[in-house]
Design a protein around this ligand. Structure first.
Ligand code: FDP
Length: 282
């Protein structure tokens, strides 16, 4: 299934949507009066990106279900075998400061909510100085440049063996004692790079090697990031690129979400740094 035509159709549709999403950033950094299912204030850019992706990905013949971080429930959009999870604009609060944002897409051959082991593909788009996409199947991960003509200049996305950078979310006073211990050891070895958009921070880890984490916090043990929309697809991409993932005790691909909008602690990066996280924070 991984390299079957419908998955390529999803990647092509995402590549076609990306320039349109990016063109819509101007004038849409402001908040709407609405909140999403997890209580975040929605920006006009979040809604705009979701509208584009719902039409383009939800409209594919191969797609039966579409679920967005911006909507409460799963939508039945057709009779195709694939289910799609979308974080339309990850890190959208970065827009006001003109910092990067991204889009995260998971493609499953099971109804949503679905586990990481049900993924047949996943991809993210990074709206940085350039628009790029990393798309993964069971055969590995590939990096593309995105232009108005679609995805091109493909090259393998492979996590470097020697880690260089780290980025940890959450306020330091909110970290647990165990995570603080882990962070102090990582800080001694690697260089801090944190943008506030998960896609950009994970992309740096994929480029330079290292670890991204948004841990469970003292007053919020499941952390901030969403299992279905953020953690599982990004874990699939990092593992396809040769890295590892954990929620603190097991690969994020082994997590089976009970509900669409639940959250999980997340660690992504080089094997040794993920193993160490499991030893220290579990
Ligand atoms: P945002 O709230 O701007 O959408 O998805 C949540 C997210 O961004 C991630 O992209 C990012 O990694 C994280 O939140 C940043 O959270 P902090 O502001 O707590 O660092």
């Amino acid at each position: 299934m991984s390299d079957a035509v419908p998955v390529a159709d999803v990647f092509d549709a995402l590549a076609a949507a990306a320039p349109e999403i990016r063109a819509g950033f101007a004038g849409r950094a402001g908040e709407t009066d609405d909140r999403n299912a997890t209580g975040d204030r929605q920006l006009h850019a979040d809604i705009h990106a979701d509208d584009i992706l719902r039409a383009r990905l939800g409209g594919l013949d191969a797609v039966g279900q579409y679920a967005s971080e911006e909507a409460e429930d799963v939508s039945d959009v057709g009779s195709g075998p694939l289910s799609i999870s979308v974080d339309p604009l990850d890190g959208s609060s970065n827009l006001s400061a003109n910092n990067p944002t991204g889009t995260i897409v998971g493609v499953y051959d099971a109804p949503l909510p679905a586990a990481g082991r049900d993924l047949v593909a996943a991809a993210y788009v990074l709206y940085g100085p350039l628009t790029t996409m990393v798309a993964a199947t069971d055969d590995g991960a590939t990096r593309y440049a995105i232009t108005s003509d679609g995805r091109r200049d493909d090259e393998p996305a492979v996590l470097p063996d020697d880690p260089t950078v780290y980025g940890f979310g959450g306020r330091v006073p909110d970290w647990t004692a165990a995570f603080t211990d882990y962070a102090r050891r990582v800080e001694d070895e690697l260089k801090l790079r944190y943008s506030g958009a998960m896609v950009a921070d994970v992309n740096q880890v994929l480029t330079y090697g290292g670890v991204f984490a948004y841990p469970g916090l003292r007053d919020r043990p499941t952390g901030k990031l969403r299992t279905q929309f953020e953690a599982i697809p990004m874990a699939y991409i990092v593992e396809a690129a040769g890295g590892a993932s954990t929620d603190g005790t097991r690969s994020l691909l082994d997590v089976e979400p009970d509900t669409l909008h639940e959250r999980t602690p997340i660690y992504l990066g080089n094997d040794a740094l993920i193993d160490r996280a499991e030893r220290i924070v579990s």
